[in-house]
Design a protein around this ligand. Structure first.
Ligand SMILES: [Zn+2]
Length: 612
């Protein structure tokens, strides 16, 4: 790795420090209750050369992401970086500050804004722009506009589809996505040279208090020009690229382009390991090409993560290289697929040209060429590689004992695996030992050797999420399933932004199909606060719902505020308790409602991943 990349080029370090104004004296951020949500001191070990247990390229990125503080991007544009996974950008308006992206949590956003006020002057926030629907770019809105009074009359700009996408991405598949996000971002790991070092996008993802201030204006067309607090802004709408709802914005008075998260200093994810719908590489690349044409004057490029790029030539160069990164992976994956190659073969064969691969900003720190190529394949072909052997294979627990027997039994397999481990064939060792662990989860020698193997795979990974995935797997092989060490604190802002139909969609995912077989129940839900009526029924073991007038043949009519319903559905209040307390008014047979509720599964947040 050290010989393959131009480590002597230190321009990223210069750019990451350029315009430095000040840093938090103590880089630690806590909740009101004193819980730590951010602590850069725990990354202090990232000095000097990479230790053997960290890929030197990831180590370099980790050092860059550790550069933190308030920075001047241009006279009038500032960024707070390094106190959250994401950046906060402040633009000086006629009467106050325009904030682009309020970070992930109220706590980090409050600290960032405080630092800016201290050194740039305290002025009101006169506009807020959300670049996209991922929580690290809106969750801290309440740190920027803390209450209704502060938000009164303040324009809040977002890309079209923002609210639904912001609240929906993690709802239907939420339990498993959270569990996998814990692996991807290293929530189960400490910080250390054999633990979490960096997420590629930034130091780490942060717990804390999430909220949202509802947008007042949506960007639906490219270009859309607005003047916010005296500042001209030209918006480019880029839905369905890095996020389902996303925009980029150009500030002509500074010739500065905000690339949101479509342009960054990593190769981004066409597929994210936490699990999400795959992204469209061709559209993504197309938007970057469009930006080159729309904003030919741009001399500064800043983004929602990492440090800016200065200079006309450098801006064009960076935009083109990221554009071509995604298009190359797209085109070459399909070229190889059209030659008959399957996903694993493509991942093995595809290689970026040096003109793209030797740039640090295109490296595998977050997404990787290997898993992004598989994402392109998935986008066009889905999960099946076309080989009938893979059409209906046995599930892991059923296949595992047969593999072990075919390989000569547990002892023979372990002996062979040790030899392969000593030869450094870690990927293969992981494949075979996984069978043994799934056949004999109590086999400690097998678990230990597999954990050691995951450690080695993690240590050599250039990608922060790959490293965290391997090391999290190793930790749980040694210690058992851990689950999330903290509970994410959502707020009523986010729950109330969720349309009722989405709530019922999520409920339908919890219906236990086997137990619901033969059930026939009809319920009317009247949400008194919203003035909405929903009819919910079970038919063919499927939960249906529609917003419609109450049905007269319903088994019961349930009257309650949506807020109460939210609490019952997420388990903060029991259904029985809510009925007894009079928070829910039931007309008809209350047992129909209770029986209906009993058909809903509850999901375990710490289910097994690396063991059966
Ligand atoms: Zn982000």
């Amino acid at each position: 790795m050290l010989s393959q990349l131009p480590f002597e080029d230190r321009s990223d370090f210069e750019n990451a420090r350029r315009g430095f104004i000040a840093a938090l004296e103590e880089p630690i951020i806590r909740t009101d209750a004193g819980a730590e949500v951010w602590n850069l001191e725990r990354f202090a070990f990232q000095q000097g050369d990479a230790p053997d247990s960290v890929n030197p390229s990831l180590w370099r990125q980790a050092q860059l992401n550790l550069i933190h503080g308030l920075f001047e991007v241009a006279d009038g544009i500032y960024q707070v970086r390094g106190y959250d996974l994401a950046n906060m950008t402040l633009v000086r308006g006629d009467t106050g500050w325009i904030v682009i992206d309020p970070m992930t949590t109220r706590e980090t956003a409050t600290a960032a804004l405080g630092l800016a006020f201290e050194h740039l002057g305290e002025r009101p926030v006169t506009a807020l722009v959300y670049t996209h629907s991922h929580v690290d770019h809106f969750g801290g809105a309440r740190g920027v506009l803390p209450d209704l009074e502060a938000a009164e009359g303040v324009p809040v700009i977002a890309p079209e589809g923002f609210v639904v996408e912001a609240v929906s991405e993690n709802v239907l598949a939420g339990n498993t996505m959270s569990r996998r996000a814990a692996y991807m971002f290293g929530f189960l790991l400490d910080r250390g040279s054999r633990e979490h070092v960096d997420s590629g996008l930034g130091k780490a993802s942060t717990p804390g208090t999430f909220g949202m201030v509802a947008p007042t204006r949506f960007i639906e067309e490219t270009p859309t020009e607005l003047v916010l607090d005296g500042v001209r802004m030209i918006f480019q709408n880029t839905p369905g690229a890095e996020a389902p709802a996303e925009l980029m914005v150009y500030l002509p008075d500074w010739k500065a382009l905000c690339g949101a998260e479509n342009v960054s200093r990593v190769q981004h994810n066409l597929y994210t390991l936490r699990g999400a719908k795959v992204r469209d590489a061709l559209r993504w690349s197309g938007y970057l090409h469009e930006a080159l044409g729309l904003f030919p004057e741009a001399e500064i490029l800043f983004s929602s993560h990492h440090w800016p790029t200065w200079g006309r030539e450098a801006v064009v160069d960076h935009l083109k290289s990221q554009r071509d990164l995604y298009k190359y992976i797209h085109d070459q994956t399909l070229r190889l697929a059209n030659h008959g190659r399957t996903p694993r073969e493509i991942a093995e064969e595809i290689r970026l040209p040096d003109s793209l691969a030797k740039r640090f900003a295109n490296r595998d720190y977050y997404g990787t060429v290997r898993h992004n190529a598989k994402a392109v394949y998935q986008h066009y072909f889905g999960w099946f590689d076309g080989n009938p052997a893979n059409l209906d294979p046995l599930p892991p627990e059923a296949a595992a004992p047969r593999y072990v027997e075919f390989m000569g039994g547990a002892d023979q397999l372990l002996e062979n695996a040790r030899r392969s481990y000593d030869a450094g064939e870690y990927r293969f060792v992981a494949m075979v030992l996984n069978h043994l662990v799934f056949a004999e989860p109590e086999n400690e020698a097998a678990r230990e050797l597999l954990a050691d193997t995951y450690d080695q795979l993690g240590y050599r990974a250039e990608s922060g999420p790959w490293r965290d995935f391997y090391l999290s797997g190793a930790k749980e092989l040694r210690e058992g399933a851990i689950g999330l060490p903290f509970r994410a604190t959502g707020t009523s802002d986010i729950a109330s932004a969720m349309p009722s139909s989405l709530f019922f969609d999520a409920l339908a995912v919890r219906l236990n199909g086997e137990e619901a077989e033969g059930e026939d129940v009809v319920l009317n839900f009247a949400f008194s606060d919203l003035g909405e009526n929903h009819v919910v029924w079970i038919e063919n073991a499927v939960l249906h719902h529609e917003e419609a007038p109450a049905r007269e043949d319903a088994d019961a009519t349930v009257r309650l505020p949506r807020a109460t319903w939210d609490r019952v559905v997420v388990g903060e209040q029991s259904l029985r308790g809510a009925i007894l307390a009079g928070d829910i008014d039931v007309d008809g047979n209350p047992l129909a409602l209770i029986g209906f509720f009993a058909l809903l599964d509850r999901f375990e947040p710490d289910f097994e991943i690396v063991r059966p």
